[in-house]
Design a protein around this ligand. Structure first.
Ligand code: DC
Length: 231
């Protein structure tokens, strides 16, 4: 079977990574969570005092970018690669509301994007990859054979993210999560550098009222049709 590149973009908490992992697993493809890379750089900025509520030392972050050592290690149990910063597994640390509340600012920095996009393009060189993010179908893989653009209402997304964070034991309110979701939507769609936009050839999927199974079936169908179209 021909291997293709699958680009999944969309707003935060639209379940992109959930379906991307499912699809990668059934196809035996590599799953790459590009948002985790922006989160990792944000964690670095927080750990090194470069960003706080009222200050963001972008110049220092850009100056230190070469020191941000990102790597990925495949986790057999989970079935996908986890992110490491300086050799330390940071999967848990990058999913906090604190990192979520700063990540859009870090992701708006052109030099940060340049560094991460270069890594992402390299990871997709051999095809057989499912990558999710905000600019995958527009910037990272403009020639991807299948591009999906996921949407859902802000309230639905906040509900899902709130449940996830609660499950982990984080002490947060639904209102704080909803505020974070809408703020990130705004910054992600209004930034100058690679804003979140639907690629012209992307297929929009509104999953507000789809179950995970329905969503998975629908997307797998699209993958099959795309691969068959190439044969
Ligand atoms: O998918 P996520 O919520 O983990 O992504 C975290 C942030 O990173 C998101 O608010 C926007 C940014 N991001 C981006 O700008 N480009 C990407 N390709 C992926 C994520």
């Amino acid at each position: 079977m021909n291997k293709i590149t699958i680009a999944i973009d969309g707003y935060s908490s639209t379940g992109k990574s959930t379906v991307a992992k499912q699809i990668a697993k059934v196809l035996g493809y590599v799953y790459v969570d590009s948002g985790a890379m922006y989160r990792a750089v944000t964690l670095y900025a927080l750990q090194n005092g470069l960003i706080s509520e009222d200050d963001f030392n972008k110049e220092a972050l850009v100056y230190q970018l070469d020191k941000v050592k990102l790597s990925f290690e495949f986790n057999d149990v989970l079935g996908y690669a986890e992110v490491y910063l300086d050799g330390e597994n940071i999967e848990h640390d990058i999913r906090t509301l604190e990192v979520s509340s700063y990540v859009s600012k870090v992701a708006a920095v052109a030099d940060v994007r340049q560094k991460l996009v270069a890594i992402q393009k390299k990871m997709g060189e051999d095809k057989g990859v499912v990558m999710d993010g905000r600019d995958i179908g527009t910037v990272v893989f403009p020639n991807a054979e299948l591009k999906l653009f996921m949407i859902a209402s802000a309230e639905k997304r906040a509900e899902r993210r709130y449940a996830e964070l609660k499950e982990r034991g984080d002490d947060i309110t639904y209102e704080a999560v909803l505020k974070n979701v809408t703020e990130r939507d705004y910054i992600d769609t209004h930034r100058e550098e690679s804003p979140l936009v639907k690629a012209k050839d992307a297929i929009e999927i509104d999953n507000s009222d789809l179950t995970l199974d329905e969503q998975f079936d629908k997307i797998l169908q699209l993958v099959k049709m795309t691969v068959e179209g190439l044969e």
